[in-house]
Design a protein around this ligand. Sequence first.
Ligand code: HEC
Length: 193
Amino acid sequence: MKNPMTILVTGSLLLITAGVVNAYEPDTSNIQQARSLIKQYAGNLKHELKTAIKQEGLAKAVEACHLKAPDIARDASKQSGWTVRRTSLKVRNLEDAPDKWEFSVLKQFEARKQAGEPVKTMEYSEKVTKNGQTWFRYMKAIPTQKICLQCHGEKIDSKVSRELDSLYPFDQATGFKVGDIRGAFSLSKKLNQ
Ligand code: HEC
């Protein structure tokens, strides 16, 4: 540390590091906002799902999901100013089909899972410019849990299956196992320039 060159180099490194941290500061806060929005959104979805299953049984819960899931996403978006939704490589509701960016992130998540990363904490964010407007985009993987198998698993009760077939003739969202990536939360927000 006595050498003036070392001091100069260390000093420059500190400045560079500080610069990098500054440049990423808004992203950190956006990531935190996205995470906390997802906590609320996922909590509301799960609450609706559990209440519906308990009160009306599984087949009726399919209908409740069908009716309520889009509204829950719409409410979360309206309240927050973000666009909040779910997507997947294998969708049930065609409205949830991924756009190009979401598709590439979902593929990336599958590759990260293959490489041994836990699904539970998997996330990705990026600033994306489209038509001259910059967006902050964020995705968080959704792991398949045991409770999900009743409607997304390999063996589905025939009554539930009939309900799914009638509401979603193009349903691809079955055949999942515990630990699979069922899909992802996808959030985006316009950034001020
Ligand atoms: C009672 C049946 C049922 C259960 C249990 C269930 N889902 Fe679903 N899931 C649905 C229905 C119905 C939809 C389509 C909702 C819509 O029309 O927006 C759906 C849609 C989804 C989507 C949106 C993407 C798509 O395929 O359209 C994700 C992600 C998802 N479910 C994850 C889960 C997870 C994770 C669990 C377990 C915690 C779970 N689901 C449990 C019925 C169920």
